[in-house]
Design a protein. Sequence first.
Length: 446
Amino acid sequence: MKWLKRILVGLAALAALLVAAAVAIPFFVSIDDYVPRIEKEVSEKLKEPVKIGKIRLSGLPVPHAVIDGITVGKTDDLKVGKVTVTPELSSLFSATKVIRSIEIDSLVLTQKAIDKIPVWSKQEGKPGEPSAVRIGSLRLDDALVKLDKTSFGPFDARVRLDEKGQPEEASITTRDGKLKVIVKPENSKYAISASAKGWKVPAGPPLVFDELEIRGLATLTDANFSQVTAKLYGGTAVGKATVSWQKGLQLKGNVDLAQIELTNLVPIISPGTKMSGRLNAKPVFSANAADGSQLLPALHLETPFDVQHGVLHGIDIEKAAMKLIGKGSPGGETRFDQLSGHVVRDRLAYKFTGLKISSGVLAADGDVGISPRQELSGRVNAKVNALGTSATVALNVSGTVQSPSAFPTGGTVAGAAIGTAILPGIGTGVGAKAGQMLEGLFGSKK
């Protein structure tokens, strides 16, 4: 939301700079003189090169100017197809020039431009002095924001300003109608309301919301979203969050997830991973980052979780437990009635503790970790039936999230071998259990 706030607050001031010189100069000045003077004055104010294609003046239906082909920055950080400026003629010779409306078509705003908006929109002059230019309303059509790794838009925006140049109301609506954001002043803050249907998040994991409603209050340094409700992936999410950006970017909040189907969600969060089932969780999250690009890597999250009636693809825990020799049992799948535990995510690493898996033929528990490089490590104890004997087999978990592997521990294999030698045909399961007991006694982890 930091970049969205900057756009809403800064666009009006930026547009004012682009047309301030034009309004200040009487209309009888020739067009040939007009363009270079605007380019020079605005370039000096923005400390960036500004180029203008052409300017056309018209008297109908009311006097206005049309400016085509505006670019700002050495690498075209900001581009505008067309700007239509309608001045209040009675103010042309006043201390404060009044622009009735500004209409901007085909705006392209890059990440570099967003980062520069606070500097471009910085107020000049002493506090209390009247503004040189006042804008009544600002209209954007077919605008596009290009972030570092993604984009937002195209969208339309409307901003209505008061006599002090502050927004009275602002709105953003995507051209496909899937997202609408409204911002209104409320005392010394701004009330933000957003609603979406069938909308994909433009930054971070490309989550798709069937429905989304957000309500909150924002200042120039932070925002508190007290109501966040959503329908997604067959389930619901209800929570709240706060964001501040005065020094870096800080985020914290919590959400209750209910009956989220993992089949399509897991591959988005972890490409190459397959898992199904209905998720219930109550994550609490926080992050402290220098900027938005570092927010996800800095995210800390923890929650108990419960997944019902699902399939864990890529590993067959029961088969791995039965394979007491060799290098393990890659591939396969594990079907379960319930998978539960507790997870902590900290700077791209995950730690799952208190894992419990249950189904009609399998019961397992253990702890598993995932490194920032998606490497697996941990221990799972699988209770299986082997040759009529119930045994709990300790499995080492290794490999990667995309290609997991589980194989019996050294103590389990040794015990199984001893059991087979002493009681051929029935001693394997008993020996495996004995091997696990010996392993636990000596504290071995390999």
